[in-house]
Each structure stands twice: as C-alpha cells, then as structure tokens.
Design a binder for this molecule. Structure first.
Ligand code: PMP
Length: 451
C-alpha cells in the first residue's frame, strides 16, 4: 500500500496543463488533481510520484499482455527500420496482409475479410458504411436505418455516437446525429439480476423488442443492428442467457445485418478469441481494435462475411474502379501490423488460455466484496467485472470518484463510469495479483464510504 502522506502533490504547476484538453476527462478537476504516469511494466504503472499501481483495466481494456512486452517491443523496433510506412491505398505489404489472414483465422467461421482502421470508432463507422453499402448493392437500398442499444458505446464518430446509447455522449449533439436510428432497450435490471455471476437468467425476452421495432418501420427499411456482446464502457452489462441468439434469429429472419462491436471483447477478454465464440453467436460484421496490438500502436478493423465483400466486388464497374471509397492514411499501418503479429503470437501462444484460467479467480474475488457497505451490485463475465456503488444523493459519480482516488492511495488504478467501478485485469496477472486487486478495492470502497 502506498502512503498518501509520502506522495508529493503536483499542484497545478505541471508544464503543458494549460495547453491540454483531455478526452473524456473532467478537465477542471484534472487541472487541480493531475494524474500522470511515468512508466509501465507488466501489470503495473508507476506514476510521476513514484507510486506503483496495479493496472486493473489493462489500460483502457487495451493492454491485455501488460506493458513493456518484450516481443512487441522487439517487433516494432525491427519494423521501424525495415518498413516504417507504406501507403494504405493501392499498395499494401506482406506483413499487413498476413495479419488479416491471422485475424480471419481467429475469427468465427465465415468471417474472412478484414478491413483495417486505426481505432474502434473508425471500425464502427466503417462497419455501418459497409452494412449500408452492402444492402444497397444487393438491391435493398431502402434499408437505411440502423438499430443500436441503450447504454451502448460505439466510439465517437457520428455513426458510432448515433447508434450509441450513452446519454451524456449524445446530448450535446442531438440535431447532428445520423438520422433513422432506433435503440433496443438495455438489459440491465437490478431488481432481476443483482449480484449475478456470468450471464443473468432473466432478460432474453428483451431481444423481442427488435421485432417491435421491425414491425414499426418494416424490415425493408433496416440495414443493420449493432450491439456490443457485453456492454463495456457503461460498466460491464452482461447479456442475459439466450439474448444474443434471439437477436441473431430475428436479424436473419428479416435480412438485417448483425454487427458485433468487439472492440473490448475481441482478442481474448472472454477466454476465447472473440465473444462471438464464447456466446456461440456469429455476426455478419465484427468490429475490433484495442487488444489486437496490445494497445501499443493504434489499430482497429472490421471483419466481414465473404459474401459481403463479394457484393462490393461484383459491382458493375471496370476492374480498376475503387469498389469502396473509404479508408484511412494509416489503415493497416506496418508498425501496427508488426505489433499485431507479436501480440497474436503471445495471445495464441498461451495468453488467451491464461485469461480463461483467471476467470474463476476474478469471479470469486469480486463477489467476495458482496456485503461491503455501499455495494449495490457486482457482476462479471470473462475476465471483466464491475461493482456498482450506491450514489451519493444528488452527486452522481462522486462516490466512484472517491473510490478511484482511494484506489490510487491503495496502489490500484481503477476505472469508473457514473458510480460503477469496472475491472478487466491483464491476462498476465497472477491469481494473487487479482486477489490483491480485490483487497485494494475493498479498502478503497471502505475509505470512500467513510469520507
Ligand atoms: N466500441 C467499443 C465497444 C468501445 O469500448 C470503444 C472504446 N472504449 C470504442 C468502440 C471506440 O474505440 P476508440 O476509442 O479506439 O475509438
């Protein structure tokens, strides 16, 4: 445990603060309480005050192999002198093509074509554009509507924001959203599923809301449904048993594409390569990012069914015409591809299996917090878990902020959203480190309750 009295305060005198605008951050609070990391090794950060912090969310879910990974470091230092960049348009390189092959190999059967982006947001907007384009190419151009889900997070592009369902992310931008978007209800219901381990038994019927939306607008107007198999950013909302299967059935029945946003769940978080395999439900399009490079070089992408790719290839235009006018300067960046290969070597070489082995340890550790004052729900699935704290009346988020601050004093870097603490520890954690994380969280919750 770190001792706060020994920690020098940074004050508001950090050079550069006055020039910085931090994303998804209360900047005024940050200016008063800056938190700066100095280094990272394995499952730990060290901040500029010298405190060692367990990385309870693997960065932002994106560093499952921990930090300063030797294999990835070696791969990117080799790559920078070999081929540091190659144009993303009209040209590729063997490393990037081969990464597509490996990713398709890990993906559920039938998802064979990879389009690279640089982030999850870009992956989502790419998926929506491909979905609409595909419907149009197969003669269903009236299918312009998209369906997302309440509490969903799909990044910050106009498409992802529009299908997303986190009110705070949307409210400033209401009039400039993508039109024609509906939202399924979220599946979080405290009175039916509090303290559930894994998938709640209650709630599969909520998928039938899709039938209601389809009936309202007619299937001929709907291009795609997009959901995160597990809602991550909102605080690990787990799908009820049978729910995703039901969504799949309804989409298939009505010719609607199903898109899984696996930006968090992809590359092993569920103990399987993708959540699609964990749940036994295959989407038509799958979005990934984060873990593909262990977060070290930004990369994202979408994987689509071959039939979707072929629909674009069959267009009635000369062979030299671009089939999809979409892409990014850094799509399939060779540096990211090098990091990706090294990350996949580690993930396939035992790290996904290690994650699977840690799942019961995390489940037991986190549910041991039941009964702590102020804890109103605990849930977990795969190597992901969340603890809901009773909000302080009239101050939503304040309890979790106190817990986050107390966590740092204890030696753990937590992540919170509203009054939910979310955890997704690195796959390289030991069982003892997971238990120690639970102990630190327990003390942090107690001190936040006492404050
Ligand atoms: N989709 C999901 C499910 C995510 O969790 C995130 C990021 N947390 C994104 C999309 C956006 O990814 P990025 O921040 O890389 O744009």
């Amino acid at each position: 445990m770190n001792h706060p009295e020994q920690v020098p305060t940074l004050g508001a005198s950090v050079a550069g603060l006055e020039n910085s605008w931090l994303p998804f951050t209360p900047n005024r609070y940050f200016h008063e309480h800056p938190k700066l990391m100095a280094s990272a090794q394995g499952a730990y950060y060290t901040n500029v005050q010298g405190q060692k912090l367990f990385d309870a969310l693997s960065g932002l879910w994106c560093c499952p192999l921990g930090h300063a990974h030797a294999g990835i470091a070696a791969a990117i230092s080799r790559q920078v002198l070999e081929l540091d960049y190659s144009p993303a348009f009209q040209i590729s390189n063997p490393l990037t093509l081969n990464l597509a092959r490996r990713i398709a190999g890990l993906a559920p059967e039938g998802l064979d074509r990879v389009f690279f982006t640089n982030s999850g947001s870009e992956a989502v907007d790419t998926a929506l554009k491909i979905a609409y384009g595909y419907q149009r190419l197969r003669g269903e151009g009236s299918r312009t509507r998209f369906i997302g889900r309440e509490k969903g997070y799909h990044g910050v592009g106009f498409g992802g924001m529009s299908v997303g369902g986190m009110p705070a992310n949307r409210k400033m931008f209401g009039p400039v959203m993508v039109p024609g978007v509906d939202h399924l209800p979220h599946t979080y219901n405290l009175s039916e599923m509090a303290f559930s381990k894994g998938m709640p038994k209650w709630g599969a019927h909520l998928a039938d809301e899709l039938e209601r939306i389809v009936a309202l607008h007619d299937a001929s107007t709907i291009a795609a449904v997009i959901v995160e198999p597990i809602q991550g950013s909102v605080g690990v909302v787990v799908p009820p048993e049978g729910y995703l299967q039901r969504l799949r059935e309804i989409c298939t029945k009505h010719g609607i594409l199903l898109i899984f946003d696996e930006v968090i769940t992809g590359f092993g978080r569920m103990g399987t390569p993708f959540a699609a395999q964990f749940f036994g439900v295959t989407p038509d399009i799958l979005c990934f990012a984060k873990g593909v490079t262990n977060g070290i070089i930004p990369m994202g992408g979408v994987i689509v069914r071959e039939e979707i790719f072929q629909a674009f290839m069959g267009i009635n235009a000369p062979q030299y015409a671009v089939e999809l006018c979409h892409g990014f300067t850094y799509s399939g960046h060779p540096m990211a591809a090098a990091a990706g290969h090294a990350a996949l070597d580690a993930l396939e070489g035992g790290a996904i299996a290690a994650a699977a082995a840690l799942i019961p340890v995390l489940e037991e550790t986190i549910h041991n917090l039941r009964g702590e004052p102020g804890v109103i729900d605990i849930r977990n699935i795969g190597l992901a878990a969340a603890v809901d704290l009773e909000p302080i009346a009239g101050k939503p988020g304040a309890r979790a902020l106190k817990t986050f601050e107390a966590g740092i004093e204890e030696g753990v870097l937590l992540r919170f959203t509203a009054d939910t603490i979310a955890m997704g520890p690195p796959f390289i954690s030991t069982p003892d480190e997971i238990r120690a994380m639970g102990d630190m969280l327990r003390r942090a919750i107690r001190s936040a309750m006492a404050a």
